[in-house]
Design a protein around this ligand. Structure first.
Ligand code: TRP
Ligand code: ZN
Length: 903
C-alpha cells in the first residue's frame, strides 16, 4: 500500500473493526455560547468482531470535567490531543463523561458552533469528536436521546434528530427539550439547532399512509423565501416513492438554514442543515439557477435518508457509496422534474459540463484519486468532484448496463440486504450483480483506478459487404498518487459505450452486429460493452459509409478521440437524434476553432474564424424547433478552464483572448438572429422559475451577453433598461453582468463602453440588496470575475473589495464569492503574468487556514494544475506553493493539498 509510512496518513487497507460498540447514547447539552457543557452517558459493549484491547474514544478541543464507569470513578484513563483512552475497561458498561467546549470560539464550523447568535452543529465527517468523546467512525451506530437546555429568551427553538418527546420550563429563564431518534445512526448524522428561528410547515400523507410533518426553519426575515424549498422537499419525497419505492421513515422531517456553512448542506437524520444559499429563494433575490440548485440539493439531502443514513458507509473510503449514489439520484430527480425529453438532455449537458470542467482536471492532476480512495491525510479533502460527480457517473453506468429495471432490482436488493448496516462499495456492486445474475467483477476497476480513460475510435466501411467495422481502443495512464506505486499496472475498464450510426440523410441506421439473426431487433442506439484494451465491433446491413454518433448521452466518463472533419461535426450538430451529441458536436467544433485561434494569438498572427463554424451556430440559433434552453447550451462556448485542459501548455491570457474574439465574431455574424432571440424570448406575466420559462430567459440573456460584445452603444441602454425594469433576479443580474463585463466596474471609460452604467448599476444593486447576504455574494462574485484589459487589473478591484465593510473571511459564502471567484473563476486575471494573483492566493490561503482549514484547503486547490501552464507561470506557481508549504503551522487540510501539488 501507498504512503502508509507518512505520518498521519490513513489507509483503506488498514481498516479494523472497532473494539467496542456503542448501543445507546444519552446526551445532555447545557448550551452557552462560550462554555457549553455536554453530559454523555453511553452503553458500551465489547465488539465480538473486534481485536480486544483498551477503549480509545476520539475527542478534540474538549475539556474533560469528569469520567465514571458504571457510576463509579475510574482512575485508569489517559487524555490526549486526539482523544481519551479508558484502560482495561469491562466488557459491558455505562460510561458517563462530562466535558466542555466553546461554540463561539469555533471558527472551523465543524462540531458545535454559533452563527448569527444561534447554535448549529456539523459532524460529517469527524466533527462529533469536537462535541463529546466518542467512537467517531461511521461503522459505530447507536440510538440517541438528546436533552437540550438553554435560555428561553435567546434560544426559543430547540431541535435535534428524530421525535420531540418532551419540553418544558426550567428555573432562571431556561427551558429544555428532549428528542429521541428511533433509528440507529453513526455519529456523523447527529445534529442539534438552538436559537431564534421560525418555520414554514406542511403535512403530507406519505406512501406508508402515515401523516408526516415537514418544516423549513429560517431566520424570521427569511420566512417568505421558503416556499420553493418546501415544494422541492415534497417533490423529492414523492419522487423517491415512485422511482425507487422508498418512503420517508420519520413522522417529522426538518430542514434548517444557516448562513455560516462549509459546504452545501448536510443530511443529518430528520434534521437536515443547509447553507442558506440552497434554501432561500424568491423572484427578487434568486436566479433560475438558484431555484434549480435548491431543488437539486433539497432532493440530494432528502435522498440520503435511504442512501447514506438507512444504509451507511463502513469507513470514509467508501464515501462514494453514499455520495456518488445520491448525486446520481438527485441528477435523475432534477431531470425528471424538467418535464420534457429535451429538458432531460439540458440537465445531462449541465452535469457533463461540471464533470469535464472540474472532475477531468482533478483526475489528471496531483490530487487524482480513485472514486474509492486508497489513503488520505485529511478526509475533508476527499469530498471531491471525483467522489461525488465521477461517483455518480459510475452509478449511472450500472443503470446503462443493467437497464432501468435491472438497476431498480439491484437497489431493492441493496436495501433488503443492508438496511441498518454500514457497508462498502463492493457490497453495492454485489447487490447490482446478484439481482441481475451478472458478473460485475471488471466493473469494480472504476472504484480502484484513477484517471479519465481515453477511448480512441477508428472505423472502416466495406462497400461490397455493407459492413462497418468500429474499433475502440482504451487507455488510461497512471495519474496522481498512482504514479508513486511502481508495482501498479492499470487494467482495462468495463466501458458501456452507447453508439448510433447516422446515414447520409441524417437518419439513424438500425444497428445489427455480425452474427445476430436477421429477425432480431435492431435498435438505433446500442450500448457496446468495451472490456478489452481494444475491440472491434462489426455492423452488418449498413447501406453506405455512416457517420458514427459516439458515446451517446455521455454513457461513460471517458474522453473520446476521433478525427472528425469540420463538415462531419456540422452535420452531426444538425442531425444527430441524440440531443447530447448534437450539443457535443457543437462543442467539438467550437473547441477546435478556439484552439486554432489560441495558436494564432500566441504566434502574433491575425486570428481568423472559419465561416463554416459561424454558419453551424447560426443554424442552431435560428432553429425554433429546438428548445430555447437547449439552444442556450449549444451556443455557450466551452469554458476557459476546459480549453486550458485541451492544450499541452495552458496559456490563460491567449485562451481568454481567443474566446473573446470568437464571441465577438459570433455576435457580429449572427447579429440579426441574436436581436430576434433577445426580443422573442421575453417571458410575459409574473416570474415563474419553471424549466420552460427559465429556458427562455437563458436564451434571451445569452443573446444579450453576445450583443453586448458589439460596439453598438444602444445595447448598453437596452441592458440598463433591463436592469432597471426587471421583476426578477435572473434578468436583473444578467443585465448587470453584461454591463460590468462590457464596461469594467472600476475604470472610467467612454459612454459607449458602458462604464458609467456599470458603476451606477453596481451601486444600485448594492443598496437595493444590502440586507440580502446571498445577493451581496453575487455582487462580490461578479466583480471578482469581471474581465480585465491592458490598463485594468481585476486584482486591484478584488483587493479594494476585501476592504469593503460587507466583506469578511469568516463567512465561507462571502469568502468564496470574492476570493474563490477570482482564483478559480477568472483564470486570465488570476494567472496575470506578473504573478500578482499568486501573491494574493498565498495571503488568503494562510489567512483562511487560521480560521477554517476546510475552506482554506479548497482555495489551496486552485493551483493544482500548476505543472500544466506555460513556463513562467509554472515557476511562479511553484514558488507560491512552496511559500505556503514552508509554514510550519499549516492544518493537515492545507498541508495535504500543497504537498501533493509539489510532490
Ligand atoms: N454529506 C454532505 C452532502 O453531500 C456534505 C458534507 C460533508 C458536508 N461534509 C460536510 C457539509 C461538512 C457541510 C460541512 O450532502
Ligand atoms: Zn451528499
Amino acid at each position: 500500500m501507498l504512503r502508509t509510512d507518512i505520518a498521519g496518513v490513513i489507509s483503506r487497507a488498514d481498516y479494523t473493526p472497532p473494539a467496542f460498540l456503542i448501543e445507546t447514547v444519552r446526551l445532555e447539552f447545557d448550551l452557552d455560547p462560550d462554555c457549553t457543557t455536554v453530559t454523555n452517558r453511553m452503553r458500551l459493549v465489547r465488539n465480538p468482531a473486534g481485536n480486544g484491547g483498551d477503549l480509545t474514544l476520539h475527542g478534540q478541543e474538549l475539556q474533560l470535567v469528569s469520567l465514571a464507569v458504571d457510576g463509579q470513578a475510574w482512575p485508569g484513563y489517559r487524555v490526549g490531543d486526539e482523544g481519551l483512552t479508558i484502560v482495561a475497561p469491562p466488557d459491558s458498561f455505562e460510561l458517563t463523561l462530562v466535558s466542555r467546549c466553546n461554540p463561539l470560539g469555533n471558527t472551523s464550523l465543524m462540531g458545535l458552533y454559533v452563527s448569527g447568535g444561534n447554535f448549529f452543529t456539523q459532524c460529517e465527517a469527524e466533527g462529533f469528536r469536537k462535541i463529546t468523546y466518542f467512537l467517531d467512525r461511521p461503522d459505530v451506530m447507536s440510538t440517541y436521546t438528546v436533552t437540550l437546555r438553554a435560555d428561553r429568551e435567546a434560544y426559543p427553538v430547540l431541535l435535534a434528530n428524530g421525535n420531540l418527546v418532551e419540553e418544558g420550563g426550567l428555573p432562571d429563564g431556561r427551558h429544555y427539550a428532549i428528542w429521541e431518534d428511533p433509528f440507529k445512526k453513526p455519529a456523523y448524522l447527529f445534529a442539534l439547532v438552538a436559537g431564534r428561528l421560525v418555520c414554514v410547515e406542511d403535512r403530507i400523507v406519505a406512501g406508508d399512509g402515515r401523516e408526516k410533518l415537514l418544516q423549513v426553519w429560517v431566520q424570521p426575515q427569511d420566512l417568505d423565501k421558503t416556499r420553493h424549498a418546501m415544494d422541492s422537499l415534497i417533490h423529492a419525497i414523492r419522487w423517491d416513492e415512485t422511482r425507487f419505492g422508498r418512503v420517508l421513515d420519520l413522522d417529522r422531517f426538518m430542514i434548517v438554514a444557516v448562513s455560516d456553512f462549509n459546504m452545501g448542506a448536510m443530511e443529518n437524520k430528520g434534521l437536515n442543515i443547509f447553507n442558506t444559499k440552497y434554501v432561500l429563494a424568491d423572484a427578487a433575490t434568486a436566479t433560475d439557477d438558484d431555484f434549480g440548485n435548491i431543488e437539486a440539493v433539497v432532493g440530494h439531502e432528502y435522498f440520503h435518508n435511504w442512501t447514506g443514513n438507512r444504509v451507511t458507509c463502513r469507513d470514509w473510503f467508501q464515501l462514494s457509496l453514499k455520495e456518488g449514489l445520491t448525486v446520481f439520484r438527485d441528477q435523475e430527480f432534477s431531470a425528471d422534474m424538467m418535464g420534457t425529453e429535451s429538458g432531460r438532455a439540458v440537465k445531462r449537458i449541465d452535469d457533463v459540463r461540471v464533470l469535464r470542467q472540474a472532475q477531468f482536471p482533478e483526475d489528471a492532476g496531483p490530487m487524482a484519486h480513485p472514486v474509492r480512495p486508497e489513503s488520505y491525510l485529511e478526509i475533508n479533502n476527499f469530498y471531491t468532484v471525483t467522489v461525488y460527480e465521477k461517483g455518480a457517473e459510475v452509478v449511472r453506468m450500472y443503470q446503462t448496463l443493467l437497464g432501468r429495471e435491472g438497476f431498480r432490482r439491484g437497489m431493492d436488493l441493496y436495501f433488503e440486504r443492508h438496511d441498518g448496516q454500514a457497508v462498502t462499495c463492493d457490497d453495492f456492486r454485489a447487490a447490482m450483480a446478484d439481482a441481475n445474475g451478472t458478473d460485475l467483477t471488471q466493473f469494480g476497476r472504476w472504484y480502484s483506478q484513477a484517471g479519465t480513460p481515453r477511448v480512441s475510435v477508428s472505423a472502416a466501411y466495406d462497400e461490397p459487404s455493407h459492413t462497418y467495422a468500429l474499433t475502440l481502443t482504451q487507455s488510461c495512464p497512471k495519474v496522481g498518487v498512482e504514479l508513486q506505486d511502481t508495482t501498479l499496472v492499470k487494467q482495462p475498464f468495463h466501458i458501456p459505450f452507447a453508439l448510433g450510426l447516422i446515414d447520409r440523410a441524417g437518419n439513424d441506421i438500425p444497428l445489427r452486429l455480425m452474427g445476430e439473426p436477421a429477425g432480431a431487433p435492431a435498435p438505433t442506439t446500442r450500448v457496446l460493452d468495451l472490456t478489452r484494451a481494444s475491440q472491434t465491433f462489426m455492423f452488418t446491413d449498413v447501406p453506405h459509409m455512416p457517420m458514427p454518433s459516439l458515446l451517446r448521452g455521455f454513457s461513460a466518463p471517458v474522453i473520446v478521440e476521433h478525427d472528425y472533419t469540420i463538415d462531419e461535426l456540422a452535420f452531426q450538430m444538425a442531425h444527430d437524434s441524440d440531443p447530447f451529441n448534437r450539443w457535443e458536436a457543437g462543442q467539438r467544433l467550437a473547441t477546435r476553432q478556439l484552439l486554432a485561434l489560441v495558436e494564432s494569438i500566441q504566434l502574433g498572427q491575425l486570428p481568423s474564424v472559419d465561416s463554416f463554424v459561424l454558419e453551424a451556430f447560426r443554424l442552431v440559433l435560428r432553429d425554433d424547433t429546438l428548445d430555447p434552453a437547449f439552444r442556450a447550451q449549444a451556443l455557450t462556448l466551452p469554458a476557459e478552464t476546459y480549453l486550458g485542459e485541451q492544450m499541452t501548455e495552458t496559456d490563460p491570457a491567449a485562451i481568454h483572448a481567443a474566446r473573446q474574439y470568437l464571441r465577438q465574431r459570433l455576435a457580429a455574424a449572427l447579429h440579426t438572429e441574436w436581436l430576434a432571440a433577445y426580443h422573442n424570448h421575453r417571458v410575459p406575466g409574473t416570474y415563474q422559475p419553471d424549466a420552460a420559462s427559465a429556458g427562455q430567459r437563458a436564451l434571451k440573456n445569452l443573446a444579450l451577453s453576445y450583443l453586448m460584445e458589439l460596439p453598438d452603444a444602444t445595447m448598453v441602454q437596452t441592458a440598463r433598461t433591463q436592469y432597471d425594469s426587471a421583476d426578477n433576479m435572473t434578468d436583473r443580474f444578467a443585465a448587470l453582468a453584461a454591463l460590468v463585463h462590457r464596461g469594467g466596474a472600476a475604470i472610467e471609460a467612454d459612454e459607449a463602453h458602458g462604464a458609467p452604467h456599470a458603476a451606477q448599476a453596481l451601486a444600485d444593486f448594492y443598496t437595493r440588496f444590502e440586507r440580502e447576504p446571498l445577493a451581496i455574494d453575487k455582487w462580490f462574485a461578479l466583480q471578482a470575475m469581471q474581465r480585465g484589459d491592458g490598463s485594468h487589473c481585476v486584482i486591484d478591484a478584488v483587493r479594494a473589495l476585501m476592504q469593503h465593510p460587507a466583506f469578511t473571511l469568516k463567512n465561507p459564502n462571502r469568502a468564496r464569492s470574492l476570493i474563490f471567484s477570482f482564483c478559480s473563476g477568472n483564470p486570465s486575471q488570476f494567472h496575470a503574468a506578473d504573478g500578482s494573483g499568486y501573491v494574493f492566493w498565498v495571503e488568503q490561503v494562510l489567512a483562511l487556514d487560521a480560521l477554517n482549514p476546510q475552506v482554506a484547503a479548497r482555495l489551496a486547490r486552485s493551483l493544482d494544475r500548476w505543472r500544466k501552464y506555460t513556463p513562467s507561470l509554472r515557476e511562479r506557481m511553484r514558488g507560491a506553493l512552496q511559500q505556503v508549504s514552508a509554514h510550519k503551522t499549516l492544518s493537515k487540510d492545507v498541508r495535504e493539498i500543497v504537498d501533493k501539488a509539489l510532490a
